[in-house]
Design a protein around this ligand. Structure first.
Ligand SMILES: *Cc1c(COP(=O)(O)O)cnc(C)c1O
Length: 321
């Protein structure tokens, strides 16, 4: 069983140097006043490709051997992993094939093609994307890179927290959005190395609390695709690589509602002048839910992404109270 360590995160950071943005860390006096804490916001919505997924994708692809590079990479994703893979592959000169549903937003398909990747469309109601991806991999010798359950992917994701903690010094608590756990497990490696006493929380949409149930029961819980606006966290289960790290190194998993996510999207837009996608709001929503629990303490939030369709963004903000 492959297991990743903080050494792998350090190696990933070296590979990403000069390719990934060292994203900014912002603060908000409004937020500090409201929570009584000193809050540091790591802005992965401003990462290349619009989310942290570029980190894991680039770290994985840059370790391909010559034959893998020549044959190319395949991934199935309609979301941020697709953009991260397409962008990283383009930079490294590796051919990329993305398997996306026919009803994926046109803008996402166009952005993926714009990075130079080929897109293979499938019908999400009658076809199995994993099967299509595996067949492509087998027939053309492509290497499949999954969105979270891969040691190089999670080590790459861990570089965001490494940058944050190197910038802020040890924090008292850190809140990170959770889907399949690539981000949270990578963050856990960095946090336990750089701030061993920091409380580390994963945050899921309430409708998809498989991670919380897995964490509390000690084994991976599978659920149906949850109905939530947090499309980056609509995963059905944690991974075999990500779960053991989360189980051993994370303090707890919290949940928030879609309405809380929309309120934070509005906060980010109005107060911080930032476009954040619903899934990117998980961390802040959880901190605010805890009120003044961290009064007088130093707290980190990772804003995981900013890719949201304009129409959808406008509609969600219009609904916000
Ligand atoms: C992928 C993604 C997540 C969840 O990350 P995992 O590694 O699957 O846990 C959270 N936020 C955004 C914006 C994402 O794209």
């Amino acid at each position: 069983m492959l297991t990743s360590t903080y050494q792998d995160v350090i190696a990933a950071a070296e590979r990403l140097e000069g390719f990934a943005h060292r994203t900014p860390v912002f603060t908000s006096r409004t937020l500090d006043a409201e929570t009584g804490a000193q809050v540091f916001i790591k802005c992965e919505n401003l990462q290349r490709g619009g989310s942290f997924k570029f980190r894991g994708a680039f770290n994985a692809l840059s370790q391909f051997d010559p034959q893998q590079r020549k044959a190319g990479v395949v991934a199935f994703s309609s979301g941020n992993h697709a953009q991260g893979i397409a962008l990283a592959a383009g930079l490294l000169g590796i051919p990329a094939t993305l398997v996306m549903p026919t009803d994926a937003p046109a803008a996402k398909v166009a952005a993926t093609r714009g990075y130079g990747a080929s897109v293979v469309l499938y019908d999400r109601f009658s076809e199995d994307r994993e099967q299509i991806g595996r067949t492509l991999a087998a027939e053309h010798g492509l290497t499949l890179i999954p969105p979270y359950d891969h040691p190089d992917v999670l080590a790459g994701q861990g570089t965001a927290a490494k940058e944050l903690l190197e910038f802020t010094g040890p924090l008292d608590a850190l809140f990170v959005g959770l889907g399949g756990g690539g981000m949270l497990s990578g963050t856990a490696l960095s946090t336990r190395a750089l701030a061993p006493d920091c409380l580390l929380y994963g945050v899921e949409p309430e409708a998809g609390n498989d991670g919380q149930r897995s964490f509390r029961s000690g084994s991976i819980v599978h659920i149906d695709t949850p109905a939530t606006i947090a499309d980056g966290a609509q995963t059905q289960h944690l991974g075999n690589c990500t779960f053991p790290i989360i189980r051993d190194k994370v303090d707890d998993i919290l949940t928030v509602t879609d309405a809380q996510l929309v309120a934070e999207m509005k906060f980010f837009m109005q107060r911080m002048k930032m476009v954040v996608e619903p899934t990117g709001c998980l961390g802040l929503a959880a901190l605010r839910q805890l009120g003044k629990r961290f009064k007088g303490q130093r707290v980190g939030i990772i804003v995981t992404g900013g890719n949201v369709d304009i129409e959808r963004y406008a509609a969600l903000l219009r609904e916000a109270p």
